[in-house]
Design a protein around this ligand. Structure first.
Ligand SMILES: [Zn+2]
Length: 245
């Protein structure tokens, strides 16, 4: 039995505090007792230990020897922490391949150091900003989030300024998806301005994508959509971009 079978909880899983603006499921209600939560924690941690046992055995020592000394990832990823997005969406074997930074709303600003490490020290040729449909952080940015804790407010503040000027009417899916895209574009802009030299010299390509977990973009649930390459956002031009063609 999974946790959601008997607990209603805020969608970004920030513990027992109810945070309605983040609750993409619309419940925003915690009904579990502490005993039930401890039972869930125990069950989950047992699953984690068992999964890890299986993983280590299945891979074997040889697998890890390939990258024990150092890492050599091909892409730096800035994605949302949302549990519905995982690296397996992009890469079925992400070990030593993806250098991943995740936070609420896939922001650059609050993790500049980590992103810079991927680009300037590990020299990944790709930097990918991954937004996703039904993103709770974007919904928060479109709402009144002044009652949130200050560290949360600080991170939501770094999301696209233009989307914060708008107001989400109910769960307007189109508007929500457009705001996700606006934020991806904004984060790409921040990165372009920071890594302009690397992009200009061809050492780095910065890509913005949207992972559509809900088929809001009508090309199938689970698909990623390229919306920005080095600042180019025209859909036709992107289709013929050498990175994709
Ligand atoms: Zn999100």
């Amino acid at each position: 039995m999974k946790r959601r079978d008997f607990i209603k909880f805020s969608a970004i899983g920030l513990g027992a505090t109810t945070i309605p603006v983040f609750a993409s499921g619309g419940h925003g209600e915690v009904v579990a007792s502490s005993g039930e939560l401890q039972a869930v924690a125990k069950k989950m941690y047992t699953e984690i230990i068992n999964n890890n046992d299986f993983y280590a055995k299945q891979k074997g020592d040889g697998f890890f020897k390939n990258f024990t000394i150092s890492q050599s990832p091909r892409a730096t990823i800035v994605g949302c922490s949302d549990s519905r997005f995982q690296e397996s969406v992009l890469d079925s074997t992400p070990e030593n391949d993806l250098f991943v930074i995740r936070n609420i709303g896939n922001q650059y600003t609050s993790n500049e150091g980590s992103v810079g490490y991927g680009v300037m020290h590990l020299h990944t040729p790709l930097l990918i900003i991954v937004g996703h449909t039904r993103c709770g952080a974007i919904k928060a940015a479109l709402s009144d989030y002044t009652s949130e804790d200050s560290p949360i407010r600080k991170e939501v503040d770094t999301l696209s300024l233009s989307i914060r000027k708008a107001h989400l009417v109910g769960d307007n899916i189109e508007q929500w998806a457009a705001a996700v895209e606006a934020n991806v574009n904004q984060q790409v802009e921040y990165c372009l301005s920071k890594f302009s030299e690397q992009v200009k010299s061809g050492q780095l390509t910065i890509v913005g994508v949207i992972y559509d977990l809900a088929n809001d973009l009508s090309k199938g649930a689970g698909k990623i959509h390229t919306v920005n390459i080095n600042g180019e956002t025209n859909k036709k031009t992107l289709e013929n971009h050498p990175l994709i063609k």
